[in-house]
Design a protein. Sequence first.
Length: 71
Amino acid sequence: MAVSYKRLWKLLIDKDMKKRDLKEAANLSPSLMSSLNQDKSVTVNTLSRICEVLNCRIEDVMEIVPDETMQ
């Protein structure tokens, strides 16, 4: 199983926010932003900060998807 943050990027578009805006509002480091961009795992604490800033639920920013090799 893999993590996808496509929902997060769509939510930012819907809220007319840039990734830089999210980075500053949620106090995310450049390495955390890089992990999100690469669909790597991040901590629940990080996801919680993002959800707090965007006023949303965790399932609004991420999803677990099957690995391509398993399809």
